[in-house]
Design a protein around this ligand. Sequence first.
Ligand SMILES: Nc1nc2c(c(=O)[nH]1)N[C@H]1C(S)=C(S)[C@@H](COP(=O)(O)O)O[C@H]1N2
Ligand SMILES: [Mo]
Length: 194
Amino acid sequence: MNERRLLLTAALGAVLPWPARAARPGAGTGPVLLTVTGAIGRGNRGPLDPALDQLMVRHGAKFDQAWAFDAAMLARLPAVSIQPTLEYDAKPHTLSGPLLVTVLEAAGVAAGAPVTLALRALDGYTVALSLADARSHRMVVATHLDGVPMGLGGLGPLWAVHDADRLPAFKDKPLKERFALCPWGLYSIDVKAT
Ligand SMILES: Nc1nc2c(c(=O)[nH]1)N[C@H]1C(S)=C(S)[C@@H](COP(=O)(O)O)O[C@H]1N2
Ligand SMILES: [Mo]
């Protein structure tokens, strides 16, 4: 860089709110809540870092690129609300957030793609679900419970959850058996071509 370019760059850096760290196109600036890997479109982050992506390494993740969502990126997607009776207190609660299929479309997964999803939670609990079932169950990537953002230590920050009270496949089951496909603490989704 010559001296004039250097001066220009320094001057612009002083007035523009450029991120401190060069982000890839489409990457967010907040902490990543959800990483979508596998059969996606282009990614907004690079490959698994075997040293620093410790939780994903522990859970056996492997990827060359991924789509990483922070809270703001998820909040920009159209949201829906469901009101299932939860097994934890046997009371109906409002859960809201984007549909799982909407999140996947934002990551470049075509609506009718013949793929299976591995939904993985912080504690390692993993659910296999076809994209077709994610659509027919209207699975929600819930960010809010009764209007309050869900957090770590509870069911959040993200809970992949369906409206069990209204789904024919679940509504007549005992409460304790309605949410086996619903990982709380969801943080990674691997998309596999079938
Ligand atoms: N992260 C996470 N989500 C989970 C589970 C779990 O162990 N971890 N268990 C699943 C099962 S089998 C059921 S029946 C319900 C309730 O399980 P829990 O009591 O362990 O939350 O949540 C589902 N989601
Ligand atoms: Mo369960």
